[in-house]
Structures are given as structure tokens and as C-alpha cells.
Design a protein around this ligand. Structure first.
Ligand SMILES: *Cc1c(COP(=O)(O)O)cnc(C)c1O
Length: 220
């Protein structure tokens, strides 16, 4: 199938209330252009410098998502244009995003990455740490950062109940936070980013409204 056909197929499957982020990290520029020409506008990359290079080379109305682990010293490369950072996992990183966003006179929307998988290697905070971060007094002072929701990655397994349970736990936290009154004004639960090529159908069943799909979209 062509990239355009893959996009149509995936969009058909996820419905109109779920945003498709096309993860282009393993794909050549020309494939990204092809997806863009097919109407895809949201793209995700996991390396700051690669993302900055593609932003310069590709159409300016692409919404670029940063989905990988982000080191504080790399924020400056993406701050001028990034549409959504999915992987905030520390106050230190948020402070740097605030600083770089201010420098660029913009507000940068962010998601907090939550650790839901049983694998040790996946990044992200646990529930208690997420709440501590969102209630930290200095977050409320940040004028150039907006927390828009949560991101998580399930365990890489074909055992359906395990994946389902992890996605459901993240959705539960998302709902709990959206009902919490003690959060600052720059925290709003609008985006629940979960689901990749192998598990996005389950993620949507569990309440995801943003999926990040690479291989299933770009494989021809
Ligand atoms: C690579 C990546 C994806 C896409 O993975 P596929 O299995 O190729 O769909 C989604 N989210 C994150 C955080 C990634 O690093």
C-alpha cells in the first residue's frame, strides 16, 4: 500500500476525534513529504536536531511533535517551532522549556510522560511523581509553558490484557487529574497521547485521543 492509502486506512480506523501523529523518525524526507501531500499535518520525531533540520526542510505549516526523551540542553533546537512536547519528565526540563519558550516569545504546549509499562527501560514518571510535578509551586509561575495532558507507552508485548490494563491505568490518571481542583491554571487535561503501530486500537478503546504511529504508516 502507498503512504496515502495507509493514512486513509488508519484515519478511518481511529475516527475523527483522535489525532494521528505520523512518526517519521525512521523515514526519509521524501516519505514525510508524501504523507504531507496526502493531507497529514502532524508529525513526530524523537531527536531534537533531526526535528529542527526537518522543520527547515519541509512545509512550514507542519505541526511538529517531539516524542522522545528530551535532554535539557537540546530544548533550544526545537523551542522556536515545536507544536507539542510529549515527553516532559522532570521539573528541570520544564524550567528549561519555560526559559527557551520565553526567549522565543511563545507558549510551548507539553504533555507529561507517565511510566505505565512493566519494562524498566521506558522513561516517564509514576503517578505520585506526576502529581508532585503538577502541584509544584514553580510550575504555576511559568508563563510560557502549558501542560495539556499525558503521554504513555505500554509494555512491548502481544499479551492483550497487559497492554489494556496499562492504557486503562493511564486513562484513569488522566480523568483523575482533569477532575482535580488544586492544579494551576496552566495545567489542563485535553490530550491523552497513547498508542503506537502495534497497539493503537487498544489505546483508543482505553480512551486515547492522540496516537503516534510510525511503522504502520510509512511501511509500503
Ligand atoms: C517510535 C515511536 C513511536 C512510533 O512507533 P511505531 O511502532 O513505529 O508506530 C511512537 N511513540 C514513541 C514515543 C516512539 O518513540
Amino acid at each position: 500500500m502507498s503512504i496515502a492509502a495507509n493514512i486513509a486506512d488508519i484515519k478511518n480506523g481511529i475516527g475523527t476525534t483522535t489525532t494521528l501523529v505520523a512518526v517519521s523518525k525512521y523515514s526519509p524526507l521524501q516519505a514525510v513529504q508524501e504523507a504531507y501531500d496526502a493531507g497529514q499535518q502532524d508529525f513526530g520525531e524523537n531527536k531534537a536536531q533531526d526535528l529542527a533540520a526537518r522543520w527547515q526542510q519541509l512545509p512550514s505549516d507542519i505541526r511538529w511533535h517531539f516524542i522522545g526523551h528530551l535532554q535539557s540542553n537540546k530544548v533550544k533546537y526545537i523551542a522556536p517551532f515545536v507544536h507539542l512536547i510529549h515527553s516532559v519528565d522532570s521539573l528541570k526540563l520544564l524550567e528549561e522549556i519555560e526559559k527557551q519558550a520565553a526567549k522565543n516569545s511563545r507558549i510551548i504546549p507539553c504533555l507529561v510522560q507517565v511510566h505505565i509499562a512493566s519494562e524498566e527501560s521506558k522513561f516517564g514518571l509514576d503517578e505520585g511523581e506526576v502529581i508532585d510535578l503538577l502541584q509544584h509551586p514553580s510550575l504555576a509561575q511559568m508563563q510560557h509553558v502549558q501542560i495539556k495532558g499525558l503521554m504513555g507507552m505500554a509494555t512491548n508485548t502481544t499479551t492483550v490484557p497487559v497492554v489494556m490494563r496499562e492504557f486503562e491505568s493511564l486513562h484513569k490518571l488522566y480523568i483523575r487529574l482533569s477532575e482535580m481542583n488544586e492544579l494551576p491554571a496552566n495545567v489542563n487535561m485535553e490530550v491523552l497521547s497513547m498508542g503506537m503501530s502495534g497497539d493503537y486500537q487498544m489505546a483508543i478503546k482505553a480512551g486515547s485521543n492522540m496516537v503516534r504511529i510510525g511503522s504502520a504508516l510509512f511501511a509500503e
